[in-house]
Design a protein around this ligand. Sequence first.
Ligand code: PLP
Length: 366
Amino acid sequence: MRRIAPKITVSVKGIRTRVKAMKTMKVEKANLEWSELPFGYVRTDFNVRYHFKDGRWSDAEVTADEFLPMHMAAPCLHYGQEAFEGLKIFETVDGRIVAFRVEENAKRLQRSSERIFTPLVPIEMFREAIHRVVKANARFVPPYGTGASLYARPLILGTGARVGLGPAEEYVFLVFVTPVGPYYKGGFKAVKALVVEEYDRAAPHGVGDCKVGGNYAAGLRGEIYGKQQGYPVVLYLDPREKRFVDEFSTSNFIAIKGNSYITPESESILQSVTNKSLAQIAGDMGMKVERRPVDIAEIESFDEVGAVGTAAVITPVNTIHFRGRDYTFGNGDQPGPVLTKLYDRLSKIRTGEAEDKFGWLDEITI
Ligand SMILES: *Cc1c(COP(=O)(O)O)cnc(C)c1O
């Protein structure tokens, strides 16, 4: 059990002010083996939903129901009119509850929504949804020091009945949360990657730059193909020429070469918030940040390679298998020094152990 000083909202002459409560409130944590949790679904108490109908969003509905009733002719089911997000919530070293980069995720959901023609979730509504769902599930925010976090999954779905191709008339925006364990149970370890050319996950001018379910369905075969051959991660090249590095199936590609942080620029990759944050940290550490097309022939010259995303922050890659040849980086399964430094700095910002100098954390008052 941890003590958290709650802030309460009081109204003075109509002006709402937040004040720190005098007494501390106890949040009795759920009885879970926090450090043993997988990256999977654990039931929590509530989720939050908003319904879009007749051109407007409803107020938030906080519910314990894990199921979503919907019409069998919903376009999200037939035509994949669906987009999602993923972000994490932490308890900091000083007992605050913080969400990492809410606004960036809200903006990205808007970009995905524009592309697949769903209504936009206003940034403030997205933020409110995160705050509400975390407050309602405060006992599932893993304690500081366990390495675990609360993963939030926002999604927007086209639900109204429709059969001909066209956008739905009704939508649901839903956020659920689930506690997830530390990604690296046995410490930060490097993995092997396979360049898959047999299947693509995205197309030029397609939706590779949007976080939509269809990309994941398209990437499943390549992912399983890689795993069957012993590669935990697969790397895709640009779908037009198969010459430039795009990204891994669910994470961006970054490379370290001397004092440079290099990451591909391409129209068919998802703009990772983790990548953007790491690049900013690298720049802050005095590194040169290069966002440009990365020719696959260039991988030979890289010192360190990583797969980056919310789930693991950085998965160091020590081998890339490409057209019958192994390209190796670093030292066996030991992660390289620069990626380790970047990983530590980002991880510590999220848990309040390093200064949040870029204003990335949203404090959630319980
Ligand atoms: C979500 C995702 C990432 C990682 O993005 P983050 O914002 O860092 O979590 C990378 N690639 C794809 C295809 C993704 O869907």
